[in-house]
Write a protein that binds this ligand. Structure first.
Ligand code: UGA
Length: 435
């Protein structure tokens, strides 16, 4: 198969590299010249474990090339994936589809023989219809089929998620396109990952419904954590206890500071808009969005309470800035709102993150960025763990305590136990667990 992927962002790059690793010939296209130059040198524009090796090996084997030239790449391809960004549109929360439609126009102009055009970007229901209309308008005689094939990759685990997926959802009505898509994903049938063929609109909705359900699950356990605090129960045990019921499942029941990232916040908002536009509001998802937004500020209040009711002129050390570990992505990271709220109350912030500080430095003002977990706590009045990077899971509390002004630890990811920390003289606050 000859595959062309338009957009070398997170999804495009991971998908392109993995398709090449399946043995297909893949061309990744991006209009950003500097990005393509870096990729051709084997330098990754994003941090994703395993990606650099995957790209280098497949590029070396001649199965993966990077270019800014759309026309020849599309003309040669059996399948063209659209993997461009769909950011939230300013003002109304709808997904901004202008990049998707631009890509469709470029494909329409460049395609020659039968081409399967696949939207991999997360797009609202009905976008496939519009892509089809644009292709037909630009190229009335063109032979093509438009397919929806959403991605379910988690940042930090994207390559494993791509290669060993729970399922691959393919929204296609055209029989030729279905055969082509089955061929694209043929290597996965070897590890028994099911290809799930549905209608295009259904496929588009599955993506949003999946993310909204996961956001809802996290938000449910976060509210349950608050209740646990109020009644003296343990949210981790509640999560385990309900998760053992296979109908509920144990995953995505870790209470924390609220979900962030480039997907859940944006996709829940876009789904809410779609539902309202279709006079079929999703009140559970709307509530999830509000509860999650409020939660970030509530976490700042938790820190303030742990500091005795005020953080004015106190130094708060923050460990972990990215929206989750193993990524450098700061989009919608809870740390942003928490830090802002603490600064508003007069706190001085020092922070360390293994990968996110470059991005964070553009988003946060007045933060002292430090070299490591031990540097950040110097003279601090409290230490707050916001993101659960593995390297924060076995901190030397004697060393940390000796460097701090006050031994106060707020663990927003529940990675420690009371006894482990209190034995070193720390006052410990976590999420939904009694002392
Ligand atoms: C999410 C989905 O998990 C992917 O399946 C989907 O493909 C992707 O969005 C997307 O639409 O592109 P991602 O945003 O990379 O992936 O990250 P997650 O691992 O889902 O975490 C999202 C947020 O939820 C993080 O802030 C994380 O800390 C939080 N979370 C997750 C919790 O607070 N508790 C949990 O139990 C799980």
């Amino acid at each position: 198969m000859r595959i062309t992927v338009l957009g070398s962002g997170y999804v495009g790059l991971v998908s392109g590299a993995c398709f090449a690793d399946f043995g297909h010939f893949v061309t990744c296209v991006d209009l950003d010249k500097a990005k393509i130059e870096r990729l051709n040198k084997g330098e990754m524009p994003i941090f994703e474990p395993g990606l650099e090796d995957l790209v280098r090996n497949n590029a070396k084997a001649g199965r993966l090339v990077f270019t800014t030239e759309i026309e020849p790449s599309v003309a040669d391809a059996d399948v063209v994936f659209i993997a461009v960004g769909t950011p939230s549109r300013r003002g109304d929360g709808h997904a901004d589809l202008s990049y998707v439609y631009d890509a469709a126009r470029m494909i329409g102009r460049a395609m020659t023989s039968f081409t399967v055009v696949v939207t991999k970007s997360t797009v609202p229901v009905g976008t496939g219809d519009e892509v089809e209309r644009i292709l037909r308008q630009v190229n009335p005689a063109g032979d093509f089929a438009v397919v929806s094939n959403p991605e379910f990759l988690r940042e930090g685990a994207a390559i494993a998620d791509f290669k060993i997926p729970d399922r691959v959802v393919i929204g296609a009505e055209d029989e030729r396109a279905k055969r082509v898509m089955a061929e694209v994903y043929r290597p996965l049938s070897l590890n028994a990952s099911p290809l799930f063929f549905v209608s295009r609109r259904t496929s588009e909705l599955i993506k949003y419904a999946g993310n909204a359900f996961l956001a809802l699950k996290i938000t449910f356990i976060n509210e349950m954590a608050d209740l646990c605090e109020a009644v003296g129960a343990n949210v981790q045990d509640v999560a385990r206890g309900i998760g053992m019921d296979k109908r509920i499942g144990s995953k995505f029941l870790n209470a924390g500071p609220g979900y962030g990232g480039s997907c859940f916040p944006k996709d829940t908002l876009a789904l809410v808009k779609t539902a309202r536009d279709n006079d079929s509001p999703l009140s559970l998802v709307e509530t999830t969005v509000t509860v999650n937004d409020n939660r970030k500020r509530a976490m700042a209040r938790k820190v303030i309470a742990a500091c005795g009711g005020s953080v004015r002129d106190k130094k708060i050390a923050v460990l972990g800035l990215t929206f989750k570990p193993n990524t450098d992505d700061m989009r919608e990271a809870p740390a942003l709102s928490i830090i802002q709220a603490l600064q508003d109350k007069g706190a001085r912030i020092a922070a360390f993150d293994p990968e996110g500080m470059e991005a964070a430095s553009h988003l946060l003002q007045g933060v002292e960025f430090c070299d490591d977990a031990y540097d950040v706590v110097s003279d601090a009045d409290a230490l707050v763990i916001v993101t659960e990077w593995n390297q924060f899971r076995s901190l030397d509390f004697e060393r940390i305590g000796a460097a701090m002004r006050h031994r106060v630890l707020v663990d927003l990811r529940n990675i420690y136990r009371y006894d482990e920390v209190e034995r070193h003289g720390f006052e410990y606050t976590c999420v939904g667990r009694p002392s």
